[in-house]
Design a protein around this ligand. Structure first.
Ligand code: MLT
Length: 283
């Protein structure tokens, strides 16, 4: 949270002010991070801290989350993709390595399918390509009703059990408390609008063979929400994809096993400095 308070910047796009972190030297390859639900850009602290001496690293708050404004319209994955592309345009960035976790992965997959030329490579973490089954939609709608009745505390407590591996919860790693604060700090309207967006999202599995970008897929071995089998399902359908299963991690693999996560991420980032070329060509 401290990092967010000190370094956050603001860009206005699509009638909302977007809060983001932008660290590291200009002219180096750019990695753009998209967080999961209902979290915010600070979930990438361990990646930003390690990568920022070598790469330009950008993490933004998705509409309504963290310190980004909610706006006045209903949410959808398509709207989140539009926000992402307009955000890149506003920063005059032509191409990035796009790294998304869970909901961030849904946004990344849709963005890669709709705007393949805007990405150098993809990193898909703890995510899936299927649409919600009817029972998952029902669960999301029940969550909305429960929060309306009881507020966010119980939802935050339950979320922690699902997001982290039992080991991380037992060890009481500091990330558990910070994620709980992220959940409690997200407004109820944002949670409701995002739950509708997630419930209404379309599957992308049938289009994955269109993706030609080098793709790294990472997943926590103990991820209960999007388990390794979901990651393997994606790997088989993307031509140029590698799958890494991270030990000692649940759904928030970048926070639970940052060492292995960062090693694999750094090994994946394209070494060619086309980021600089593309920044130059946009003037
Ligand atoms: C997330 O971590 O972004 C959520 O678990 C995604 C979802 O609920 O589908």
């Amino acid at each position: 949270m401290l990092m967010q308070a000190i370094h956050a910047k603001i860009k206005e796009i699509n009638n909302i002010k977007v809060s983001y972190l932008d660290e590291g030297p200009a002219g180096t390859p750019i990695i753009l991070f998209i967080h999961g639900f209902p979290l915010n850009k600070t979930m990438w602290s361990a990646q930003i801290e390690e990568l920022k001496s070598t790469y330009r690293v950008i993490a933004y708050d998705v509409r309504g989350h963290g310190n980004t404004e909610i706006g006045t319209v209903d949410f959808s994955i398509e709207l989140f993709v539009e926000d992402l592309i307009r955000f890149m345009d506003a920063l005059k960035i032509e191409k990035v390595t796009l790294c998304g976790l869970s909901m961030g992965g849904y946004i990344a997959l849709n963005a890669a399918l709709s705007f393949p030329k805007r990405f150098e490579s993809l990193v898909l973490c703890d995510t899936n390509c299927v649409a919600d089954l009817p029972e998952v939609v029902e669960k999301r709608m029940n969550t909305i009703q429960n929060i309306k009745k009881e507020g966010l505390q119980n939802y935050a407590d339950e979320s922690i059990k699902n997001l982290f591996s039992p080991l991380s919860v037992r060890k009481g790693i500091s990330e558990v408390a910070s994620v709980k604060n992220m959940v409690l700090g997200t407004s109820e309207p944002t949670i409701f609008r995002t739950l509708y967006a997630l419930a209404n999202r379309k599957e992308t599995c049938s289009r994955l063979s269109e993706i030609q970008l080098p793709t790294l897929i990472m997943v926590g071995k103990d991820d209960k929400i999007t388990p390794p089998a979901a990651a393997e399902h994606i790997r088989k359908r993307i031509t140029n994809a590698t799958l890494i299963i991270l030990e000692g991690a649940g759904h928030l693999s970048n926070m639970e096993n940052p060492r292995q996560f960062n090693q694999n991420l750094i090994a994946h980032i394209p070494k060619i400095n086309s980021a600089l070329e593309s920044e130059k060509s946009r003037g």
